[in-house]
Ligand binder design. Structure first.
Ligand code: UDP
Ligand code: MG
Length: 317
């Protein structure tokens, strides 16, 4: 039997939160009855600066149910930071931790499998979607391209795994040593090591409310993942530079030949074209370097990744 904490980040989830809680607590009692988890296992809802009634719903849930912890962040810090807040705030107080979205798109039944694998000795169990038919074509296409791109770029991600996973307290302790500001949890966890396993499940439909990850946020997230973990873009710039250099050499030969044979008055085009081309590619290269310098700047500042405003039903040591 394990003492489990379920961490649920919530951002403007008033439409679904009550239902999520009912479903989760039903499932929790079932697990407790089956003696899969201890009776003091808990659920932690992290309110990520919601602008709707999410926090008051969490408060009323906490009042009825002392096995629910409510954590309020001082503003919207984003999904990743909210998750880290829920996990780290409860470090060393539980045996294992499962992170799950508030919309219940991830099948709860997969938790059975996670606990089994945990029992068998895995310290990390990834929830992997093997069926995304409930997602729209666009969401599926963009998400799968994202995972493929990540792998191409050498970011150590698990294909089709988002943030639905079980981790052991020891893994959480190691995770807490990764102090980076640009959070990309699913890239960090595989780097930690330890015995790990996967559990497959079908991704369900969002029951209410809408996705908080529109295309814009997805692109920012993917970009963040790539530039935080991979230097491949910089290497590409180098190759691009080499290609440009060879190309410029070709143009030089051509210009010299023209000069030699006296066709020199030719060509405004041949001046302007290379000029724009090369100044353009310089810009790209500088922009990319700027991206990494920007990252260093952010990391050097080492600002807090989240700020907790208040806690309800705090778990005591
Ligand atoms: N979320 C959050 N902060 C944010 C955006 C989202 O805590 O700034 C939470 C949200 O409430 C949900 C989870 O992160 O529990 C995943 O978001 P969503 O379901 O909207 O993403 P999708 O499943 O569409 O990728
Ligand atoms: Mg969702």
């Amino acid at each position: 039997m394990f003492k489990l904490l379920l961490v649920v980040p919530c951002y403007n989830e008033q439409e679904i939160l009550q239902k999520t809680y009912t479903t989760l607590s039903l499932y929790f009692s079932e697990l407790k009855e089956r003696k899969a988890i201890t009776s003091d296992s808990k659920i932690c809802f992290v309110n990520d600066g919601s602008r709707d009634a999410t926090w008051s719903i969490i408060n009323s849930i906490c009042e009825q149910d002392k096995n629910v912890i409510g954590l309020k962040l001082s503003r919207n810090f984003g999904h990743q930071a909210a998750l880290v807040a829920g996990l780290l705030h409860n470090k060393n107080l539980f045996d294992c931790y499962i992170s799950i979205d508030a919309d219940l798109q991830d099948d709860l039944r997969a938790i059975d499998g996670m606990l089994e694998k945990y029992q068998e000795g895995s310290k990390i169990v990834y929830g992997v979607r093997n069926d995304r038919t409930s997602d729209s074509f666009f969401k599926r296409f963009t998400a799968e391209t994202f995972y493929k791109l990540m792998q191409r770029m050498g970011v150590p991600t698990v294909y089709n795994h988002a943030d639905f996973r079980l981790i052991d307290n020891q893994v959480l302790n190691e995770f807490s040593n990764f102090g980076e500001t640009n959070l990309f949890i699913r890239g960090i966890i595989p780097m930690i090591g330890f015995q790990s396993d996967k559990v497959y499940y079908k991704r369900l439909e969002r029951e209410a409310g809408e996705s908080k990850y529109p295309l814009r946020k997805m692109l920012i997230f993917a970009w963040n993942g790539i530039t935080s973990f991979s230097t491949v873009p910089m290497k590409l710039v180098l190759w691009f530079g080499i290609f440009n250099f060879v190309f410029a050499m070709g143009i030089t030969v051509w210009v010299l030949v023209c000069k030699l044979f006296g066709f020199t008055v030719q060509g405004w085009t041949s001046i302007v074209l290379p000029m724009t081309f090369f100044s353009g590619s310089n810009m790209i290269a500088i922009g990319l370097i700027g991206e990494y310098v920007g990252k260093i700047y952010e990391e050097v500042k080492a600002r807090p990744r989240y700020i907790i405003e208040s806690v309800v039903n705090e778990e005591n040591q």
